[in-house]
Design a binder for this molecule. Structure first.
Ligand SMILES: N[C@@H](CCC(=O)NCCCC(=O)O)C(=O)O
Length: 257
């Protein structure tokens, strides 16, 4: 039975309202998918300083960033757009601190929705702030009446998502109004919606497993293939821990020719 690696997952945050206290929260699909893929999810509420970020990343072996509202474009030197619904400022600050340190450590990371957008901007890419304006011929990527709104996906066969989904028609859950514009250096696009919107990016760096999906493989409408992305991620986290511990047996090494 393979060992279950510890995977940190950032929680979202909602401020107190008239009848409810403030709380940190996460949709079940995110942590359930990590459990189903053989990992142990460790929920991480927003952190306030670098010391805490370091302590958390010392304890976990990989990290997953979940979806949510919008990264504030002003934090990347862009103007606010009327369509932007910013994340809670405390969550965004925490996510950015975590992501910077994860990149520094080359810790395996998987970002979904806002999580993928975070990886891209932290690594030097940028975003379209509103698909309807920036890419007017795009198909709908958000349906406020249907959290499981789906569209088709074209994958690059020589990639993780290509390996996972294979040939045949792929349909994925879509809930976003922003999208990647310029892809960060060191990453490549591995899936697009047929309208051209970027739906997955993967690291090309040999020393860093990093992947992001704009679509939602954790959604209630997820297919058996969607869970394979989480399995690939959890396997990569376990493999890296074994490498760091020097536990890789010679027989485990694969020749790449
Ligand atoms: N800034 C993004 C948000 C995309 C996203 O993460 N959607 C999921 C919302 C909540 C969830 O299901 O966790 C955008 O481009 O709209």
């Amino acid at each position: 039975m393979p060992r279950k690696p510890l995977i940190g997952i950032n929680a979202d945050f909602r401020a107190a309202a008239r009848t409810t206290p403030a709380f940190a929260y996460i949709a079940e699909g995110y942590y359930r998918s990590i459990i189903n893929a053989g990992g142990v999810p460790v929920l991480v509420p927003p952190q306030v300083d670098e010391e805490s970020v370091h302590a958390i990343l010392d304890a976990v072996e990989g990290f997953m960033f979940i979806g949510g509202a919008d990264l504030d474009p002003r934090n990347d030197g862009f103007m606010l757009h009327p369509s932007v619904r910013p994340l809670d400022a405390g969550r965004e600050k925490s996510d950015r601190m975590l992501m910077a340190e994860i990149a520094e450590r080359r810790m395996p990371v998987f970002g979904i929705g806002t999580g993928m957008q975070l990886i891209n901007v932290q690594q030097g890419g940028n975003l379209f702030l509103h698909i309807k304006e920036d890419l007017p011929s795009a198909v709908p990527h958000l349906d406020v009446q249907d959290t499981n709104h789906r569209h088709t996906l074209d994958v690059v066969s020589d990639s993780l998502v290509g390996r996972v989904y294979g040939d045949g028609e792929i349909r994925v859950t879509s809930r976003h109004h922003m999208a990647i514009d310029e892809v960060a250096p060191g990453f490549r696009v591995t899936a697009r919606c047929p309208d051209g919107v970027i739906e997955a990016i993967e690291s090309e760096m040999l020393d860093w497993f990093a992947i992001g999906t704009q679509f939602h493989p954790e959604s209630d409408a997820a297919s058996a293939l969607d869970i394979r992305i989480f399995e690939e991620f959890v396997d990569a986290v376990r493999d890296r821990s074994e490498q760091l511990e020097g536990n890789t047996e010679p027989g485990d090494l694969q020749l790449v020719a």
